[in-house]
Design a protein around this ligand. Structure first.
Ligand SMILES: Cc1cc2nc3c(=O)[nH]c(=O)nc-3n(C[C@H](O)[C@H](O)[C@H](O)COP(=O)(O)OP(=O)(O)OC[C@H]3O[C@@H](n4cnc5c(N)ncnc54)[C@H](O)[C@@H]3O)c2cc1C
Length: 413
């Protein structure tokens, strides 16, 4: 159902990450006017890249993205040359002690994408104002005002905080202490590698043509394909490796990060370790501590402001749930805004018109409707954050790996 075409309510989205851009498309398709504000200077400003599996929320994702953009979804796939079937749509995990296959988690219909290429795809047809770092928000008579570091300001009917794990919007809604992320005690290292060597790429691909895991020692590993532009020449492909362990917080890049991994972590085995050892100089390598924030109720400014994606529930990467919840948040957000707009246009909150077209006091207020929406995000998000921490704990020992949700429930909700 599209919002009234007489007046197009404006939604200011803070953050042009995947959550913000997806929300922009979903809202635009439903008749809203959207402005995305982003503190970075351009789409290419940040060199960070990672891969992610889109799985249980894929049907929602496909509904939110307009067809003319969705048709190019393959451009974002890490390895687009595969014939997807039940074997490919699995995430195998190898035993870190023996090297044998430990389990393979079925992820039907899933696709692994490059975060950078998916973001570029979703940035199309969205009005993004770059170099706009949010500073403050305030309620106005009819909406919400956002002010930015560069002195500019803008007003809208609603504001969505999609500004990532260290969200400024969250800080403004809750205060810095309550909004602060917590260190998890788990360090995450990743390397993006161009070996220029088809045999090395083939060794990674042999574990699985999309991605594979290794667990069972005090280090968790992963390897996979990041981009495979030329199907016939694997020496041109980019690959990635990941290593996770428990340790003291550090934040390192490049050779320093590689040296730290060598001296402070238990080696993996087979290609999971070789992939790290083969890392060419000047590769993008980073190590930092993974952080979480368990959602608690925030001030929604009379139903005008809320949070979505990592801003609402930054979690560890276990079971690849973060983006699935972002997609769910966006879908639910659009639903609540449509109900609010139906209400302010004289319709009842379930979308049917009242007899006289007027608002009635018996209907929930904007703040109450948004509060109900927020409560669902908070409950679902808090569960996922907690599960991601428990998964990390269990992944560090071969005895507890078998109790992980990844094993008992797979990658589902
Ligand atoms: C290595 C890795 C692997 C992952 N694997 C998976 C997976 O397999 N499956 C899965 O579902 N999820 C996965 N995730 C999680 C997923 O990537 C995130 O949940 C998702 O990308 C979050 O997107 P976001 O838009 O909410 O946040 P972000 O990507 O952080 O975007 C936030 C944006 O807001 C901007 N911003 C911040 N502050 C301000 C401000 N004050 N003013 C204006 N703009 C601001 C930032 O510059 C940024 O562009 C993974 C994450 C990582 C790191």
């Amino acid at each position: 159902m599209a919002a009234s075409n007489k007046y197009r309510p404006t939604v200011i989205i803070v953050g042009a990450g995947l959550t913000g851009l997806l929300a922009a498309h979903g809202l635009q398709q439903n008749g809203f006017r959207v402005i995305v504000v982003e503190r970075e200077s351009s789409i290419d400003a940040r060199p960070r890249e990672w891969t992610m599996l889109v799985h249980w929320a894929m049907p929602i994702f496909e509904r939110l993205v307009p067809e003319h953009i969705l048709k190019d979804f393959n451009d974002a796939l890490c390895n687009p040359h595969l014939e997807f079937n039940a074997e490919i749509e699995k995430l195998p995990c190898y035993n870190g002690i023996t090297g044998d296959l430990l389990f393979a988690s079925p992820v039907p219909g899933s696709r692994r994408v490059s975060r950078r290429r998916l973001r570029a795809l979703l940035a199309q047809d969205v009005d993004i104002k770059w170099n706009m770092s949010l500073n403050s928000i305030s309620e106005t008579e009819n909406g919400i005002k956002a002010e930015f570091d560069n002195g500019e300001s803008m007003e809208g009917d609603y504001l969505l905080g999609a500004d990532g794990a260290s969200s400024k919007v969250r800080e403004l809604l809750l205060g810095p202490d309550k909004a602060r992320t917590q260190g998890s005690g788990f360090l995450f290292a990743t390397g993006i590698t161009n070996y220029g060597d088809a045999d090395k790429v083939a060794a990674i691909e042999a574990k699985h043509p999309v991605a594979a895991l290794m667990m069972g020692t005090s280090s968790v590993g992963a390897v996979g394909v990041l981009s495979a532009d030329n199907a016939s020449d694997k020496s041109t492909w980019s690959t990635f490796w990941v290593k996770i362990w428990r340790g003291e917080p550090v934040n390192l890049r490049g050779q320093e990060a590689l040296d730290y991994i060598r001296h402070h972590t238990v080696p993996l085995r087979d290609v999971f370790q070789s992939a790290i050892d083969w890392t060419p100089e000047n590769s993008h390598v980073s190590v930092n501590e993974m952080k979480t924030w368990t959602p608690v109720p925030w001030d929604n400014h009379g139903g005008r402001v809320t949070l979505a994606g990592d801003a609402a529930h930054p979690m560890l990467i276990y079971r690849g749930q973060g983006f699935q919840h972002s997609i769910t948040d966006v879908d639910n957000y659009i639903a609540v805004l449509l109900r609010l707009e139906a209400k302010s246009n004289g319709a009842s909150t379930n979308g049917t018109w009242t007899t006289n077209g007027a608002l009635t006091d018996s209907l929930p207020s904007r703040e109450e409707l948004m509060r109900a929406h927020d409560n669902e995000v908070i409950k679902r998000g808090a569960t996922a954050v907690k599960q991601s921490l428990l998964e990390a704990e269990k992944s560090m020992d071969i005895e507890t790996v078998k109790n992980m949700l990844m094993v008992t429930k797979g990658h589902g909700k």
